[in-house]
Design a protein around this ligand. Structure first.
Ligand SMILES: [Zn+2]
Length: 683
């Protein structure tokens, strides 16, 4: 094995233009790497403005792509592919982190069936001998078995043998609720855990995963202290910080948010996860792919507009960019793919000086409920997704927060639908309110953990229990009557019956239907119409001092039904609480606006306002596609700031934009935005 010289060690800068180059290659495919030309490979990447390419040491087939003493080289590979990739890329100034598969490894599973993860029902996790081979149907190996020694040996071999610029460990995960292989049963018994209890299985699985990361990161850092490390398939959103990513932060050098909008994640995934990871330390990148759909979608290429949108959206979220691809088994990159990546990354490169180190500003905190435990996709986060969509469409500057976040950084905290208050959260929210914070709660949020009543007196309402009817109606009152259409609006999901206490302002009332829809009483095709005689009903929206409350799970309902009035209601309440939001625009709801603060290399501060306008369309039963860039014209952008910018322009074009003052706002007029624009306000 040749030992190459190191190039990029010690540079903590996260490359902004990355490619994650998959190479899961079946042992049945011949002539692997035969057409690989190191110089052509590196030149193609360079011409596509790529700064870093993650290349494969090992793959999910359990095969290695370099001469290994501890693993199994692909049977039809006759060269040191990884070594040549690293060497050629370094010559061209491109970094090469190495990819090492963890749980999914066919070859090792075939050699050591006893290393496989075993599901609670006794079957091995993942692919079965004659079973289907879907996206996740690899054989899963257990990190609590001697397989962990194998992965550690691979990592050590790669670090000692190659000047890789980082290691990406993929699939650090356990079958749910936990593994009951012989090693896990033994260690659970030794730890006094009961494998028959799901909670114990989960606790044990988490312990195994964290012990594995601890071992691998100590090993890697022992050999190369500055080596960037990332463990994939673990970035989840959890309301209980102990169960989530927080205790794992030390193992990571940065975050890679895998989110292929057309690959099952959807366009709603990246903004939600990014807005949680933006509150954590360490830089982050968003990862999409150049495929039309998901990983390994050979023979396809993503539309240029979609690729641009996904990359610019990462920049707008304060993240660097990574685009996934898979190298053909013969070893040649697909030219059209790199034309498109090159076009997107050429644009990213010229935008980069205004993006590097820029931090998203947030004045609204979207609080995760304590029990929520999403995977790496957003299943189970319906209320959070509904809230996110509303806030994006309202142009709010927000972050997703958990119990361990410093609440004082936010002017308003939204606790959507199901955030009941345990003791810790209650204490923190009381203190937050006492210090001048504002709260917007809905439905069960604010109840005690047992749901018997509101834990916070500050809400100013009395809880009477779940509402009686299946579909009730919202009649706007007071301020709200001017903000939303004056009619009784359907509330599709059952809410809470509440009574406003004296001194609490009512902004919406519940109008009941004649009856709930059931076999014994129904009318027409859907919900029973509102019964005017039911008034005066319970309160549907209230505000008491700095606390607004909605009796129905409007955030979840918005995720499911998308009724714009729900967003208008939330927008009107937020307006009451914020009065002057950080950003105001006349953008259509399809546009997205984010405000970031950046300190320039010369130490000056500037604000960068990203405007995005792309329109994903559902063109197949399960795909949202973007193919066009439709310009917006004559935007008015207001940014709240107590100063006037010494320069305002649309980066990278330095031509000044006209700036005026409107009260506490800097007002900029933007003549045209084609997809993405950055309005720079130099302090
Ligand atoms: Zn196990």
């Amino acid at each position: 094995m040749t030992v190459h010289t190191s190039r990029a060690d010690g540079d903590p800068r996260l490359p902004f233009r990355q490619v994650h180059l998959d190479f899961h290659t079946s042992p049945l495919i011949p002539s692997v790497g035969e057409d690989f030309d190191a110089e052509e490979f590196a030149r193609t990447l360079q011409e596509a403005h790529i700064e870093s390419v993650t290349c494969f040491a090992t793959c999910h087939h359990g095969l290695s792509y370099y001469p290994t003493r501890v693993g199994t080289v692909h049977p039809h590979l006759k060269r040191d592919l990884l070594g040549e990739q690293v060497e050629a890329c370094h010559r061209h100034g491109i970094r090469v982190p190495g990819y090492i598969t963890v749980v999914w490894a066919e070859e090792q599973a075939n050699q050591h069936p006893e290393w496989r993860q075993i599901r609670k029902d006794g079957l091995p996790a993942g692919r079965r001998p004659l079973g289907p081979v879907g996206l996740h149907d690899w054989q899963w190996l257990c990190m609590n078995s001697p397989y962990a020694d194998h992965v550690a040996a691979v990592a050590e071999e790669v670090i000692r043998g190659y000047p890789v610029d980082g290691l990406f460990f993929d699939i650090v995960m356990t079958v749910q609720p936990g593994c009951v292989c012989r090693y896990c049963l033994a260690s659970m018994r030794a730890a006094g855990l009961n494998p028959e209890e799901d909670a114990d299985l989960r606790r044990h699985a988490l312990r195994i995963e964290r012990r594995f990361m601890e071992r691998i990161s100590s090993l890697a850092r022992g050999l190369r202290p500055e080596l960037p490390l990332f463990f994939n398939a673990r970035l989840r959103l959890t309301g209980d910080p102990e169960q989530g990513i927080r205790p794992e932060i030390p193992y990571y050098s940065h975050w890679e948010i895998e989110s292929l909008a057309s690959g099952g994640w959807g366009y709603g995934h990246f903004p939600l996860y990014n807005r949680y990871f933006q509150i954590l330390p360490k830089p982050r990148l968003g990862m999409t792919a150049a495929f039309h759909r998901s990983w390994a979608d050979f023979g396809t290429v993503k539309s240029q507009a979609a690729l641009d949108y996904e990359c610019f959206r990462m920049l707008a979220g304060g993240a660097a960019c990574s685009i996934g691809d898979q190298l053909h088994p013969r070893g040649r990159l697909n030219a059209e793919t790199y034309h498109r990546i090159g076009a997107a990354y050429a644009a990213v490169e010229v935008k980069e000086p205004w993006c590097r180190g820029a931090e998203p500003l947030a004045e609204v905190g979207l609080l995760l409920r304590p029990e929520v435990e999403s995977g790496t996709r957003s299943a189970g986060l319906e209320s959070e997704q509904g809230a996110m969509h509303m806030l994006l469409e309202l142009g709010s500057q927000f972050a997703v927060i958990d119990r361990d976040t410093n609440f004082e950084s936010y002017r308003v905290i939204i606790a959507p639908d199901f955030v009941r208050l345990g003791a810790d959260l209650l204490v923190k929210l009381r203190e937050y309110l006492a210090n001048g914070g504002a709260l917007l709660l809905s439905h069960e949020s604010g109840l005690t953990a047992d749901g018997s009543g509101f834990a916070l007196d500050e809400i100013g309402v009395e809880y009477l229990g779940p509402s009686r009817d299946d579909v009730e109606f919202f009649r706007p009152e007071g301020d709200l009557a001017a903000a939303i259409p004056p009619m009784d609006h359907a509330l599709y999901d059952r809410g809470s019956a509440i009574r406003a206490r004296a001194g609490t302002e009512i902004l919406g009332s519940v109008v009941s239907p004649y009856f709930s829809r059931a076999w014994a009483h129904f009318s027409s095709h859907a919900q029973t119409p509102p019964n005017p005689d039911s008034l005066p009903g319970f309160a549907a929206a209230t505000i008491h001092d700095r606390v607004a409350y909605l009796a129905h799970p409007l955030f979840r309902s918005y995720h499911v039904h998308g009724y714009p009035v729900y967003r208008q209601i939330v927008g009107a309440l937020l307006h009451r609480l914020l009065l002057e939001p950080l950003v105001r625009t006349n953008m259509p709801t399809a546009g997205e606006v984010t405000l970031l603060r950046q300190r320039t290399p010369s130490g000056e501060e500037r604000l960068i306002c990203h405007i995005l306008h792309y329109l994903p369309q559902r063109r197949t039963p399960d795909l949202d596609l973007v193919e066009d860039t439709i310009p917006l014209h004559d935007l008015v952008l207001d940014v709240r700031a107590g100063w006037m910018p010494r320069a305002a322009y649309l980066a990278p074009d330095p031509t000044p934009l006209p700036v005026t003052r409107d009260g506490n706002y800097i007002r900029v007029r933007v003549p045209r935005v084609a997809g993405h624009a950055m309005v720079v306000l130099e302090h």
